[in-house]
Design a protein around this ligand. Structure first.
Ligand code: PBG
Length: 328
């Protein structure tokens, strides 16, 4: 008789790379990634964002080259942020027919018809004050902002955007944008809602890249308090009820508990936004030689999937796609 072991031999399933691959529970795939791009006004511009090495502001005439690179890496989706020269109180640049995201979308859909173009729907890159809506009495006016956001979404859909991704955190934005899209005939265009978006210090480098730092105050009256978990459920619940097709949790790394919470409570695809500050920290440490960048990035990304994310919006998309390819 063989004696029953008195402890479990967990190491049996870890004893070779092949064995570890066999029992691996979570896999990263290039289809998981959405790559963010910053499109600037002007010509012949490809300017590296100082706090985000490897990420560039690119003018429309150089955009095709960048998208070509994504296609070669088999990345199937990108999200566009516009960085206009002219800004005003209303953020007019967000919803004009020849706006920067609209023009970029037209170009990409013409030259790369199978590439999925997501349009970030917000006003902060276009307003002179840098807030995500219009200002009345020193605060963002929710309902007045909704009208402009709906106009923005429709103009983006009209330009050919495949998915509308509103990041403004006004109450009711999904309902109002869904209705406007439907009325304009875009019933088939999904909404990827930034449903659970925290007022986070991790957005610092993005605000440099998108030139969208608020000129006064902060975003705490519309973005969420990092201390709150139940509020995430309330936000996600109302967005799903209003018609959201995807839910974004943002940032990702410090909020993986929230990603899991949202995954467990909702049956739509869940997206983790691996934000600019998370990228900058890794790049800075890597440049100092303090970490193994590739190993660390892949660990972070797989952790987001393990937490329940189906998709990841990440500035590491190109690097990760390359590393996944080379592995084979
Ligand atoms: C626009 C928007 C922001 C980000 C995505 N959309 C900035 C903000 O809310 O200040 C942040 C993305 C990142 O940090 O990578 N509202």
């Amino acid at each position: 008789m063989i004696k029953t072991p008195e402890f479990a031999r967990h190491r049996r399933l870890r004893n070779s790379q092949a064995m570890r691959d066999l029992v691996r529970e979570t896999h990263l795939h290039v289809d998981d990634f959405i790559y963010p791009m910053f499109v600037v006004d002007g010509e012949n511009i490809k300017r590296e964002v100082p706090s985000m090495p490897g990420v560039y502001q690119v003018s429309i005439d150089l955009l095709a080259e960048e998208v070509e690179e994504l296609e070669q890496l088999d990345i199937k989706a990108l999200i566009l942020f516009g960085v206009p020269k002219e800004k005003d109180e209303q953020g007019t640049g967000a919803f004009v027919e020849d706006g920067i995201v609209q023009e970029a979308t037209r170009l990409i859909k013409k030259e790369f018809p199978t590439m999925l173009v997501l349009a970030d729907t917000c006003l902060c890159e276009y307003t002179s004050h840098g807030h995500c809506g219009v200002i009345h009495n020193q605060d963002v006016d929710n309902d007045a902002s909704l009208k402009l956001l709906a106009k923005t979404a429709v103009s983006q859909a009209k330009a050919g955007a495949d998915i509308i991704a509103p990041s403004n955190m006004m109450d009711g934005f999904v309902a109002v944008i869904r209705k406007a899209l439907d009325e304009a005939g875009y019933t088939e265009i999904p909404i990827m809602s930034y449903a659970v978006k925290y007022a986070s210090s991790f957005y610092g480098p993005f605000r440099d890249a998108a030139d969208s730092t608020p000129q006064f105050g902060d975003r705490k009256t519309y973005q969420m308090d990092p201390a709150n978990r139940l509020e995430a459920i309330r936000e996600a619940k109302s967005d799903v009820a209003e018609g959201a097709d995807f839910l974004i949790v943002k940032p990702a790394l410090a909020y993986l508990d929230i990603v899991r919470e949202v995954r467990n409570n909702f049956d739509v695809p869940i997206v983790a936004y691996n934000v600019s500050g998370e990228y900058a920290m890794v790049k800075a440490a890597a440049q100092n030689g303090w970490i193994d960048e590739q190993a660390l990035v892949m660990e972070k990304l797989v952790s987001m999937k393990r937490a329940g994310a189906d998709l990841i919006i990440t500035y590491f998309a190109k690097d990760a796609a390359r590393w996944l390819k080379n592995k084979k």
